[in-house]
Write a protein of this length. Structure first.
Length: 560
């Protein structure tokens, strides 16, 4: 019996009545929040609102059974929607066939994202997410939130803007069209935004989005405002999302690949971050590789059923958790309610003003703009603060995909620079068995004939030359040196280039009467240098455990 149920998720095998109550309530609350958000985010992605509803149905079910988080709320999110718009609109402008062509490209992008995520998960490549630093994500999402807000100004103002792929062009377009703003549209949008901001500030438990949408629909319908120029959603097709394999083209795949990779990294990082936050509270474990598979399958399903890329959203996940979700079945209930909306309630959205959807988007992304995080990063470590700034500015000025790439490249360049210039501490004695860095303890005792050094990093080809130059420079500054004592306790690994560098250095200095001793060498490092012949070259001088022991071995030579 146990083998027969091995494919069943652990949470489902132990499912109870109390779980059911919490999941039903959470599913209802999230569905009320998700339906208008999904429609708004589809509009942000440049798609008809119904495609947001498609993306909020079957993909949720796929993640529920293959992901590892019990409360993560998967679906359309703002940043991913803007990336979709950025990637697909360029191809659509090149002649991909209007709205239908744009929807096909979005579905193809979802399929591409899903395949990449599944492959990474099966190859256990979840560690790659760690190469995108928190500072990059913060800078990217803050800039992305500003771009999202600017992109919605056309709906808020009731004007037609040609758009753009940077904040500069979006802002210029908005300023140019501001004089032609449509009064009723602007009034509806600003009123909706004010109510939603008030609800956010006062932390109303009831979703304010629902009454705002209902009131705006009634207002437009009762006063026939569409005839006066207020743009509304229009007829929303009903029915279930249909199976359709997106049209493949090598050129389209090549063009969509950079945006797909950006969505993979940003989506997975956002999802895993919020999933781990809740898992820590609820005392269960998140598997990054299984999360990749779960999110990947959700995107594959989205691509096959007329959706577009999805991921876990922070705000909806928080609402799902606070509403009492106990297991992923809450997401299944959410998907079921969205499906019921598609079957029976889509006619109600015909007169929904685009300005209200724009207000929903703009209020939702306010929380993504986080300049306090930049200040915190500069306080803790300036390098991380500059990573935030570079990512933020490049994203605003050159676009989403270039901003993310610039942030990743800049952060990796700083990392390589730090690792290529490791800290080499010159030590002095501050007690009988205590030794400290002279830069922090300038009054520590120093013997002119003994130089004590500590390398605080692993040694490899990129930093071997820097370490050699520093040691030779110190020997020139202290010509009375007869012994160099190297504390290797901070070296976790060493490669062949670094071993050769140290070997040549010891032979060169040995000819000038300067000898080396080593202490604190870890077993893995000791095995490598022994194979390089250091045992014959140094003998017992490479096996000292502590600095005190190494210095004691020099006593017969008349040194302390």
């Amino acid at each position: 019996m146990k083998n027969r149920l091995s494919w069943v998720p652990t949470w489902l095998r132990a499912y109870g009545r109390q779980d059911f109550r919490g999941d039903v309530l959470a599913g209802l609350v999230v569905a009320v929040m998700l339906v208008p958000q999904a429609m708004a985010y589809a509009m942000l992605a440049g798609l008809p609102p119904v495609y947001g509803l498609y993306a909020a149905t079957l993909p949720l079910v796929a993640y529920a059974f293959f992901g590892t988080s019990r409360q993560l709320a998967v679906g359309p999110v703002a940043i991913v929607s803007l990336l979709v718009a950025d990637a697909c609109s360029r191809l659509a402008e090149a002649g991909a066939g209007g709205a239908a062509g744009l929807a096909g490209l979005a579905a193809l992008l979802a399929l591409l994202v899903g395949v990449i995520q599944v492959v990474l998960g099966l190859c256990r490549a979840g560690f790659l997410v760690n190469f995108v630093s928190h500072a990059v994500v913060s800078g990217f999402t803050s800039a992305g939130a500003i771009m999202i807000g600017l992109s919605q100004l056309q709906h808020l103002l009731g004007v037609k803007m040609s758009g753009g792929h940077s904040a500069v062009t979006l802002l210029a377009e908005a300023v140019r069209h501001a004089g032609g703003a449509h009064g009723p549209t602007l009034a509806i949008g600003l009123t909706a935004a004010a109510v939603l901001l008030l609800a956010r500030w006062r932390r109303w438990r009831f979703p304010a989005t629902l009454p705002v949408i209902a009131a705006s629909i009634l207002l437009v319908w009762w006063f026939d405002l569409e005839e006066q120029g207020v743009r509304a959603v229009g007829a929303v097709p009903g029915g279930l999302p249909g199976w359709r394999l997106p049209t493949f083209s090598l050129g389209n795949l090549r063009s969509l690949l950079p945006s797909a990779l950006a969505i993979v990294f940003i989506g997975v990082m956002e999802s895993i971050a919020v999933a781990k936050w809740i898992a820590t509270r609820e005392k269960y474990r998140i598997d990054a590789n299984r999360e990749l598979v779960g999110l990947g399958l959700a995107n594959v399903v989205a691509g096959l059923f007329s959706g577009y890329p999805v991921t876990g959203g922070f705000s909806r996940t928080a609402v799902n958790y606070q509403a009492g979700a106990r297991t992923p079945l809450a997401a299944v209930f959410t998907a079921a309610l969205v499906l019921l909306t598609l079957l029976f309630l889509t006619p109600l959205f015909t007169h929904l003003p685009n300005a209200v959807l724009a207000a929903i988007i703009m209020v939702a992304v306010i929380g993504l703009i986080d300049f306090r995080e930049a200040r915190h990063l500069f306080t803790v470590k300036k390098a991380d603060g500059w990573i935030f700034v570079v990512t933020f500015l490049v994203t605003l000025s050159l676009g989403m995909d270039k901003g993310l790439v610039a942030g990743i490249v800049f952060s990796l360049a700083l990392f390589i620079r730090r690792s290529a210039r490791p800290h080499l501490a010159v030590l002095g004695r501050v007690g009988e068995h205590e030794f400290r860095d002279l830069r922090r303890y300038p009054n520590a005792a120093v013997d002119p004939a003994v130089m004590m050094l500590r390398v605080d990093a692993s040694l490899y080809f990129a930093n071997a030359g820097f370490v050699e130059d520093r040691i030779r420079a110190r020997l020139v500054q202290q010509p009375s040196t007869r012994w160099v004592v190297m504390d290797m306790s901070g070296v976790n690994d060493i490669d062949g280039v670094a071993v050769t560098m140290l070997t040549d250095l010891m032979r060169d200095t040995g000819a000038a009467g300067v000898q080396f001793l080593f202490c604190g060498m870890k077993a893995a490092v000791r095995d490598i240098v022994e194979r390089a012949g250091w045992k014959e070259l140094l003998g017992d001088r490479m096996y000292h455990v502590t600095l005190s022991q190494a210095l004691a071995s020099l006593a017969p030579a008349g040194l302390p």
